[in-house]
Design a protein around this ligand. Structure first.
Ligand SMILES: Cc1cc2nc3c(=O)[nH]c(=O)nc-3n(C[C@H](O)[C@H](O)[C@H](O)COP(=O)(O)OP(=O)(O)OC[C@H]3O[C@@H](n4cnc5c(N)ncnc54)[C@H](O)[C@@H]3O)c2cc1C
Length: 479
């Protein structure tokens, strides 16, 4: 068989487990165009776990499995750079988890897809507190901000990346980067045969695995693997985005924030106000439309409906949630009586808590000359300003960008896996964790928490099974 020496060395160095003499390595014949190798590890104690994807869920799961079963060969195949999303997350600070959700029911409610299923044991096994303890025990100091978001004290996502990669290395997890798992099938004896390719060179390997953890995030390749192994895929659509609004005077107010608004979204094609599509919270004006927690939450809860209506609809905003309409009208009338000689543009009830630029926007939207005096403003105009503050409509024209976070709704249905083990209900020894599943959370660290919890549970299940299949003389004390 003709084998390029450097390729052989590469395979032996990267794929073979630490104790090569106990493995049977078979190299299949090569074709004229491509080289093929089949690596088969057949001894019972030499079981192999392959993790597809070196993201948060994959690396965390690999570490956990290797911690419980040090003799298990754990190989992570990553097509790009490991933990790339962790690196860019949270604006480079990495919002690791959320510290304000001690109650699992409150926590489950942060997941537009997953809220029902996560009411069970999922977060009991490894919830936000466990994640925080894990990182603290591994030398990462964390802090919880006022809104519950947890970051490393360093405010640098590299702290999290380095911690995970160092721990993976220390435990003996083998990480192979620049390679994609492109197909997966079952062997006659219930194992997995994986085809692994490199994009940069003409190179193919076939690797056999006893346990397969698919933690491929929102990659289409990962969905294909799940499909090849018998799973269905719920169509992936974007979640966590901002709203594009074609209103130049509004977008000129970019940077203005409203601490508490109530926003309801009515979608064009659906012609109905779905109860979930109303949210309360802070809102922010951007140079392309509206953003902030309230908009991101609407985008998450409405991800599927928004997709179906081509991201077109009407957003109704109540800017003064705590002020009743009648009280608002009376505040404006009293102001008129008190300050008849003042220009409307320069004077308005301070109780409204509005910035001057936004007040001016409201006057312009109602076609009120900003230079008139309060004495000249009609009662009808006052009523329409009050109505605008309580029910201001914005036409949503599309989906904007959100640079801090972005996730995908859809993937492998939760009904097809057991959340107690993360094992597939369709194929035994096949596991899923992270965003590849039909799970997504709102912003605030919930998406990583799903990855940590799922990775941990899958790693625990595999680690325990592998440890129990090792002959007792070889079982080691595990943590
Ligand atoms: C810009 C940005 C910022 C974010 N910030 C936050 C935040 O602060 N807090 C938070 O909770 N969430 C955040 N998120 C969401 C969070 O990053 C994801 O929910 C999380 O990374 C999901 O983890 P995962 O391991 O499931 O998938 P990923 O992190 O996407 O990892 C999957 C990995 O699998 C690899 N892969 C895929 N297919 C294959 C294949 N066939 N072969 C080999 N490798 C493959 C991919 O290259 C990737 O590295 C952010 C997302 C973005 C885009």
């Amino acid at each position: 068989m003709s084998m390029n020496n450097s390729v052989t060395r590469f395979i032996l160095h990267n794929l073979l487990p630490p104790n090569p003499q106990s493995f049977n390595v078979h190299f299949a014949s090569s074709t004229p165009r491509r080289r093929f190798q089949t690596l088969a590890f057949s001894h019972v104690i030499d079981e192999k776990m392959v993790v597809v994807g070196g993201g948060a869920a994959g690396i965390y799961g690999a570490i956990r499995a290797k911690t419980l079963a040090p003799d298990l060969n754990v190989v992570v195949i990553e097509k790009g750079k490991p933990l790339a999303k962790v690196k860019v997350s949270g604006g480079g600070r990495c919002n690791v988890t959320n510290g304000h959700c001690a109650d699992n029911l409150i926590l489950a409610d942060k997941y537009p897809r997953g809220s029902k299923e996560f009411r069970g044991s999922f977060f009991n096994v490894h919830g936000p507190n466990d994640t925080m303890s894990w990182f603290s025990e591994h030398g990462v100091k964390l802090k919880t901000e006022e809104d519950g978001r947890v970051f490393p004290v360093s405010d640098n996502s590299s702290t999290i990346v380095d911690c995970l990669l160092n721990e993976a290395r220390r435990r003996g997890v083998i990480l192979q980067t620049g390679k994609s798992v492109t197909t997966a099938s079952n062997t006659a004896d219930g194992k997995f045969m994986l085809k692994i390719e490199k994009r940069t060179i003409d190179y193919v390997e076939f690797v056999e695995a006893d346990y397969l953890l698919i933690a491929s995030g929102s990659s289409q390749q990962g969905y294909n693997l799940a499909d090849q192994l018998g799973h269905s895929i719920i169509k992936p659509v974007p979640s966590l985005f901002t709203f594009k609004i074609d209103d130049k005077p509004l977008t000129e107010l970019s940077g203005i924030t409203f601490p508490k608004v109530k926003a309801s979204l009515k979608l064009e094609s659906l012609q109905k106000n779905i109860p979930e599509l109303t949210q309360v919270g802070p809102m922010l004006v951007t140079h392309w439309g509206l953003s902030g927690p309230v908009v991101l939450r609407l985008s998450a809860w409405g991800a599927r409906d928004l997709f179906s209506s081509d991201y077109k609809g009407t957003l109704l905003v109540d800017f003064l949630l705590d002020v009743h309409s009648e009280a608002l009208k009376s505040l404006l009338s009293q102001h008129k009586k008190k300050f008849p000689k003042q220009k409307v543009v320069g004077s308005y009830p301070p109780e409204l808590g509005l910035v001057k630029r936004f007040w001016k926007y409201l006057l312009n939207r109602e076609g009120i000359d900003e230079d008139i005096l309060w004495a000249s403003i009609s009662n009808n105009s006052l009523m329409s300003i009050a109505t605008l503050l309580k029910q201001c409509s914005f036409i949503v024209k599309g989906k904007g960008q959100f640079k801090d976070e972005f996730v995908t709704a859809g993937g492998v249905p939760l009904s097809e896996i057991s959340l107690k083990t993360m094992e597939s209900r369709i194929k035994s020894r096949l596991y899923f964790a992270g965003e590849v599943l039909n799970v997504d959370g709102i912003t605030g660290g919930f998406n990583f928490q799903n990855a940590w919890s799922g990775g941990y549970i899958a790693g625990t299940s595999i680690g325990k099974m592998a440890a129990s299949s090792a002959p007792s003389s070889l079982k080691k004390q595990t943590i």
